[in-house]
Design a protein around this ligand. Structure first.
Ligand code: PLP
Length: 373
């Protein structure tokens, strides 16, 4: 136990409100409790864990409804990486094609997926607002060997939403269109609630007829525990395309990438989603957006401009010396990250309070005086 306590002490804790370089956060108390109740569960063998299996169904029903895909099937995953891999796995097997169109800002899990699946990547540049260029995506998708086009709804670096409706329309005009996968690993638990708050949100979900699949992570803005993601798809037969016989288990077939899987985080996702409900998520999202605005305005006031006006609770700030500034924040006890643009990246998660934002801005002034910002 001494070793464990020592190791735990060396892990940074979100609760101190100084981590702005991660898309995870302190899970809700009820999610932690749910997690600890299900340490034994294994969705890889669902016949032994029927209770957990039903919770997984409920989580997927709630995800599908959040994305206007009521009744659409899906899979709980270990996060965005696994969901993206499964989405491209489906696309390759269903279309029998060998290429994938990715935006330049695609999360690296999509590069992993392409590598694992033997898919050739066609990279599409981003526009001035760091959105996937819709014309270039449409041109790339005309290649008859394209299995899928991927768009982001909440890009990792800047939280940007690609022009998914425009790209979907271009795909609809093709005689045999590729699948359209939306990576909303981060934005999936932000955008629906921004809409509820009356904010303008571009189309990104199943209301767009061309969208084939959407992934969203309960372990990011969903307030659950790690590891938990989700993938919702438009058609059951697409899941059948990645389903294999599992002869020695309690169910004859398995349609997921992982076999044995820790499933406590599924119970935690269920607990977080049911206890927060749409209203609870709206409150959290509003708090994060308000704090992001405060941060963006604070940086502008000292002459360090945001790369783009924040779309959601992620902010990129231009610096004179990006790495130097990140190191300076680090030495003052903050955890922040960078983007390839380059810029300093701040992810304003629910554990980051208004008070911490004001402290961070005070420190930013000191860093500015050193000529790094
Ligand atoms: N997709 C996006 C847009 C992400 O931001 C991330 C992670 O930050 C992922 C996918 C991968 O998610 P995970 O780390 O949960 O596998």
């Amino acid at each position: 136990m001494r070793d464990l306590r020592g190791a735990r002490r060396r892990d940074r804790d979100f609760a101190d409100g100084r981590i702005l370089g991660s898309m995870c956060t302190s899970p809700l108390a009820i999610a932690r409790r749910a997690d600890s109740m299900f340490v034994n569960s294994n969705l890889g063998n669902p016949g032994l864990c029927e209770g957990t299996r039903d919770l997984a169904h409920r989580v997927m029903e709630m995800c599908a409804a959040m994305f206007h895909g009521d009744g659409f099937p899906g899979r709980v995953t270990s996060g965005g990486t696994e969901a993206n891999i499964i989405a491209l796995w489906i696309a390759r097997n269903v279309t029998k094609r060998k290429k994938v169109v990715l935006p330049e800002h695609a999360h690296f899990s999509l590069h992993k997926a392409a590598d694992l699946l033997g898919l050739e990547k066609i990279m599409v540049p981003v526009d001035r607002e760091f959105r996937m260029d819709a014309n270039a995506a449409a041109t790339a998708a005309r290649d008859p060997d394209v299995a899928a086009v991927v768009c982001a709804a909440g890009s990792t670096e800047l939280g940007q939403v690609d022009p998914i409706a425009e790209i979907g329309e271009a795909l609809a005009s093709l005689s045999s269109p590729p699948l359209l996968h939306v990576d909303a690993a981060f934005g999936g638990f932000v955008l629906p609630f921004m809409r509820d708050l009356g904010l303008e949100v571009p189309g990104f979900d199943f209301t767009l007829g061309q969208v084939s699949s959407v992934c969203a992570d309960p372990h990011k803005m969903g307030m659950g525990t790690v590891p938990c993601g989700s993938l919702t798809v438009r058609r059951q037969e697409w899941l059948d395309a990645i389903t294999f016989d599992s002869p020695y288990l309690t169910k004859a077939k398995q349609g997921t990438l992982l076999g044995t899987r820790g499933s406590a985080a599924v119970a935690a996702a269920y607990a977080a989603m049911v206890s927060l409900g749409r209203e609870g998520y709206c409150r959290l999202v509003k708090k994060c957006l308000d704090n992001t605005r405060l941060l963006a305005d604070g940086f502008s006031a000292i002459g360090a401009e945001p790369i783009i006006q924040p779309v959601m609770n992620i902010l990129g700030v231009r610096a004179k010396d990006t790495l130097g500034a990140v190191r300076a924040f680090d030495s003052l006890g903050w955890n922040v990250s960078t983007t390839r643009i380059p810029s300093i990246r701040f992810v304003v998660m629910p554990h980051v309070t208004r008070g911490r934002i004001l402290e961070l801005l005070d420190d930013a002034k000191k860093i500015r005086r050193k000529g790094l910002l």
